[in-house]
Design a protein. Structure first.
Length: 127
């Protein structure tokens, strides 16, 4: 198996239950996804669920076209890094560890630390 396929498989396995429950069920998203750490609301559920469902769809396409979809993985690394840096790190600095959604933070940290190793950088930047 090509290492480039692994991020797409990971995305699909992690995000199918998340992407499908988030936009449709308040209680499911509160417990499964947000763990009661983020504000509840139809708007946050819908935008998060839509984004995560888009990642599942892009990852399914990536299984068949892994190199051409690799910029999609870079977008994940960027937005996951931003969320960790802008939201999680300030909470940790202020000693508010209990407010961190460790499920999402751990998954995002895994992506930030591993995906760059398999992204074909030369192809992403047209080399």
């Amino acid at each position: 198996m090509k290492p480039l396929l692994l991020p797409y498989i990971f995305n699909i396995l992690v995000l199918i239950p998340v992407g499908l429950t988030t936009p449709f069920g308040r209680e499911a998203s509160r417990r499964l996804v947000f763990q009661g750490k983020l504000p509840e609301g139809a708007g946050i559920r819908t935008i998060s669920g839509s984004a995560w469902t888009m990642i599942v769809i892009g990852s399914v396409i990536g299984l068949f076209h892994p190199v051409s979809m690799s910029p999609f993985l870079l977008i994940q690394v960027i937005y996951n890094s931003l969320w960790l840096g802008v939201f999680v790190v300030p909470l940790l600095i202020r000693g508010r560890c209990g407010e961190v959604n460790w499920g999402i933070a751990g998954t995002f940290l895994f992506i930030v630390l591993t995906y760059p190793w398999v992204i074909p950088w030369g192809k992403v930047f047209g080399g």
